[in-house]
Design a protein around this ligand. Structure first.
Ligand SMILES: [Fe+2]
Ligand SMILES: [Fe+2]
Length: 272
């Protein structure tokens, strides 16, 4: 019999951080996780309400209600950095959720996603500090909840979660990075561009982790990765990939040539 660990397992700590509403405390706590501690891979943890813990602000509104502003104005510049910080906060929660929700995977699975959560916490912190240096803060602009909506839709199905969150939504971030960096450089935001470089480097790793575990799960279930992806994307209304694609980053993140070609297949998976 394995003795009960004296400290909470990593999966219990991931759940506690996921429920934390204070964003600075969430980021700090995630960065401080000691990944050498016991994982608790087989523990069945109760899914509580209040996931994810979020502050009162920013106000979450439908995607279509967000104003597009010119990055040339002070507010527009800050709104762009704010939108990126919001994505990173969601990314912390998504990685923590993957770490706590699905029991019975190999220990490496949990350590991989907790490492991802730590890098997301770093990304959030870099962007929030940059936003503060511009005279704003996280919560000053409205934001949307699209990333978490896909997490909610796939909360009962690990294979769908990995297919559609890291391998679809996070992978879109690889495509989005170069044009956003160019926008920041166009207003001489060198610090912002530097942060985007750090994020892109790490995000290739996150999508790589997603591809690794997606293939592992497909193999275990005896399923074909290509047709399984199409089926899951259709079932959950995943957004269609939109070019131009960052093929170099996608290749480095472990997508096969067949998968890269499939990005251009019209209507497959269908538009959300
Ligand atoms: Fe990130
Ligand atoms: Fe990420």
């Amino acid at each position: 019999m394995t003795p009960m660990p004296a400290t909470p397992t990593l999966r219990q700590q991931a759940l506690a951080l996921l429920l934390t509403t204070d964003t600075d405390a969430k980021a700090r706590g995630t960065l401080a996780l000691d990944l050498s501690q016991a994982v608790g891979a087989d523990e069945v943890l109760a899914v509580l309400s209040g996931i994810p813990g979020r502050p009162a602000l920013p106000l979450l509104v439908p995607h279509t209600e967000l104003k597009t502003r010119s990055v040339r104005s002070r507010e527009g510049h800050a709104a762009l950095i704010h939108a990126l910080a919001h994505i990173e906060l969601n990314a912390i929660d998504l990685a923590l959720d993957l770490s706590f929700r699905f029991e019975g995977m190999p220990e490496a699975f949990y350590r991989d996603w907790l490492k991802v959560a730590q890098e997301e916490a770093l990304h959030f912190t870099l962007l929030r500090d940059h936003l503060r240096s511009l005279g704003f803060d996280y919560g000053n602009f409205p934001a949307h909840n699209a990333l978490w909506e896909m997490a909610a839709k796939t909360s009962g199905d690990l294979l769908a979660r990995i297919a559609l969150v890291p391998r679809t939504l996070e992978a879109r971030g690889l495509d989005a990075s170069p044009p956003i960096k160019a926008k920041l450089l166009s207003i001489d935001d060198q610090r912002g561009a530097e942060i985007l470089d750090v994020i892109l480097r790490d995000e290739i790793g996150h999508v790589h982790v997603g591809n690794h575990w997606y293939r592992h799960l497909c193999e275990q279930a005896g399923r074909d990765p290509m047709s399984t992806y199409r089926e899951l994307a259709r079932r959950h209304g995943a957004p269609r990939p939109r070019g131009p694609f960052n093929l170099e980053a996608r290749r480095a993140a472990g997508f096969s040539e067949e998968e890269l070609i499939a990005l251009n297949e019209p209507g497959d998976p269908p538009a959300a």
